[in-house]
Design a protein around this ligand. Sequence first.
Ligand code: AP5
Ligand code: MG
Ligand code: ZN
Length: 211
Amino acid sequence: MHIILLGPPGCGKGTQAKKIMEQQNIPQISTGDILRAAVRQQTPLGVEAKGFMDKGELVPDELVVRIVEERLREQDCQKGFILDGFPRTVAQAEALDQTGTVIDVAVNFEVPDDEILKRLSGRRTCRSCSAMYHVPFSPPQVAGICDKCQGELYQRDDDKEETIKNRLAVYNRQTEPLIQWYAEKNKLRSIRGLGSIDDIYIQICDVLNNL
Ligand code: AP5
Ligand code: MG
Ligand code: ZN
């Protein structure tokens, strides 16, 4: 199964990717997580990406495409994968096509902007396993500590209101055209990204079971 999760920042791509990964036993490939790890480790990629990420701008296509090409060649991707946050531009989608990868479905999450702001301002992420929480929508059992691995929870640098607004503008300008792009290829399935995390997951299972 080759799945793309498409949608604005904070729509729930990462949250749902983790559920699909556990259920289907295929890896989640989050370009955001890979880039944040590179920033943390101060690799050349991380040093180059940081400025873009802090402003809520997209990292240049060629850098991100290279990351994904390399990742898709790894053994665990042979049985399938979930792309979370990639592609994000038409150029990235074209580059993905050129790898010869056939996509089964692009699941598009529809979530209004006011909900996005609420979700991102309350988000907490685990430093060790990148599990996602939300104060108050889905808090951890112990404040500040990951339920799954006891790691430390932190607030992402780009989850400040001004940066969130720019990320939304960037999404509308650069990523939204992909909705049309995948619709034309008859790969698009849109779901309503509002409601409980479990309700949304049920909608995704419906989509995957009816491919
Ligand atoms: P990235 O990390 O991909 O961020 P994003 O797309 O902005 O999306 P988020 O991770 O913020 O949100 P999400 O949809 O995963 O939502 P989540 O599940 O966390 O990218 C970050 C940056 O990296 C970019 O700005 C760019 O600079 C760079 N980058 C990454 N990929 C790139 C690419 N391909 N090309 C170029 N640059 C790239 O949920 C959000 C919150 O809501 C959580 O707290 C969660 O607990 C909560 N929540 C989830 N579902 C629900 C629900 N149903 N009800 C209530 N709360 C919920
Ligand atoms: Mg995410
Ligand atoms: Zn954790």
